[in-house]
Design a protein around this ligand. Structure first.
Ligand SMILES: Cc1cc2nc3c(=O)[nH]c(=O)nc-3n(C[C@H](O)[C@H](O)[C@H](O)COP(=O)(O)O)c2cc1C
Length: 425
């Protein structure tokens, strides 16, 4: 049996090296080992991607539901804002089979919500699905720093093309078997997506239930068995999470939920407000919005369709069937019908610009790892304890003699003085 000392000494020593210099920063030419998670469906704006890259992390554009032309435009927008490295994320799994019975059932189930939102009973005719190969062509011609994938493994031929173009590749795994499949197919980095993560589950081998491994377990497990570097994702909300991920053996982190409430995020204001009030038990897994399981804040749609989830079509058909419903919900500010993607750490979300958050997290990591002195307290300990106390309480603390004398019998509390009256027997 391995002794715990050996296990510890095998994790990369971050005390010897600067914590922020890892295989990830070396390969991508970024300052901090911090990736902003791709966030499809609105939150992951080009402004957010550019802000994170500008601040020294790696911004990632979510491209999975974009037609090639829209993807090209989004890339150009990021380029207009920053010349720092950024990445593009695509869905590698391939679209679900078109199943007319499931589509009809989804229409039936969604009809009452459409009517509540003032929409016609029939959803928009699903538009043509974007072709993965065409999206990949855009990535190749764009010459971005990296391409990340979720829902599966891209064909090794594509991985070779990306490698030849100098584009680093990252694949998403939710358990060890998927991580091994990704490594064998030749990706440069594996993103370990823990169960806490907000948004879609990346599970592509087995049922999503089997891919619900917590980040604290998944990261050291993958770091132990894989040769390629690991990026930790799921529940990382600040410098404490980043430091913990590095100590667990990750070469970097990918954070999504923590960026949702930044001013650069395209999340709806009503959704942003709910995130900060949210909690770990307020989240659940639902496939009602897109046809794939993802972690959301519970709302009316996720709760009411829960019992029918198995009857719905797969990704991205269900995504297109809910398209105008989601749009109408956003226009009317009705969070009951919005996909409120959220990780279990959402209660730690802060409404601060992305660059400010990154700078604060970096400081926190460096303090935690003993590389920087903690800031001087702005007030003394005694001052802190007494701050906000009413003047009488302060006087009583400073001058114990002056406290109300219990010797005065009138000052003593009696059952009657506190409103207790004995009932006659
Ligand atoms: C709003 C939102 C949208 C997401 N969309 C994508 C996506 O398009 N592609 C992807 O690979 N991951 C997506 N994810 C998952 C993230 O890549 C990542 O696993 C997750 O955000 C990490 O957990 P955290 O949210 O607790 O930081 C999304 C996450 C959120 C919160």
């Amino acid at each position: 049996m391995q002794n715990p000392q050996q296990a510890v000494s095998r994790t990369p020593s971050i005390a010897d090296r600067n914590w922020s210099q890892t295989a990830l920063t070396d390969r991508l030419g970024i300052r901090y080992p911090l990736i902003q998670a791709p966030m499809a469906g609105g939150p992951g704006t080009p402004q957010l991607v550019a802000a994170v890259s500008y601040a020294g992390g790696l911004g990632v554009l979510a491209g999975s539901d974009l037609q090639p032309e829209a993807l090209r435009r989004a890339i150009a927008e990021v380029r207009a804002l920053t010349d720092r490295p950024f990445a593009i994320n695509l869905a590698a799994g391939g679209p679900a089979k078109i199943d007319p019975t499931r589509i009809a059932r989804a229409r039936e189930l969604l009809a009452p919500y459409r009517s509540a939102l003032g929409l016609s009973p029939d959803p928009l005719v699903p538009p043509e699905l974007p072709e993965f190969e065409q999206q990949l062509d855009v990535v190749l011609e764009s010459g971005v720093a990296a391409a990340s994938f979720i829902f599966g493994v891209p064909d090794p031929v594509y991985l070779d093309l990306l490698r030849e173009a100098g584009i680093a590749t990252l694949g998403t795994a939710t358990h060890l078997l998927e991580a091994i499949v990704l490594e064998e197919s030749g990706v440069d980095f594996v993103i370990a997506q823990g169960a806490e993560a907000g948004g879609h589950r990346g599970t592509f081998v087995g049922h999503p239930e089997q891919g619900l491994v917590g980040t604290l377990t998944l990261v050291p497990l993958l770091a132990k068995h894989l040769k390629v570097p690991i990026v930790a994702a799921g529940g990382i909300m600040d410098g404490r999470g980043i430091a913990a991920a590095r100590l667990l053996g990750a070469a970097g982190v990918q954070m999504g939920t923590a960026f949702l409430t930044t001013p650069e995020s395209g999340a709806h204001p009503a959704y942003k407000a709910l995130l900060q009030q949210g909690s770990e038990i307020a989240t659940t897994l639902s496939r009602a919005f897109t046809g794939r399981h993802g972690r959301v804040l519970r709302n009316r749609l996720s709760d009411e369709l829960r019992a029918h989830e198995a009857e719905l079509p797969g990704f991205p058909l269900q995504l297109f069937l809910t398209q105008d419903l989601r749009q109408a919900a956003a226009e009317q500010g009705l969070t009951d019908f919005m996909p409120l993607w959220a990780g279990q750490g959402c209660h730690l979300c802060e409404d601060r610009p992305a660059a400010e958050l990154i700078a604060a997290w970096v400081e926190q990591v460096e303090e935690l790892l003993g590389m920087r002195e903690p800031p001087e307290p702005t007030i003394g300990a005694a001052e802190w304890i007494t701050q906000g106390l009413p003047p009488e309480a302060l006087e009583a603390l400073e001058n114990p003699e002056a406290r109300e004398s219990p010797e005065d019998p009138d000052a003593r509390a009696t059952p009657e003085s506190i409103g207790f009256t004995q009932q006659p027997a």
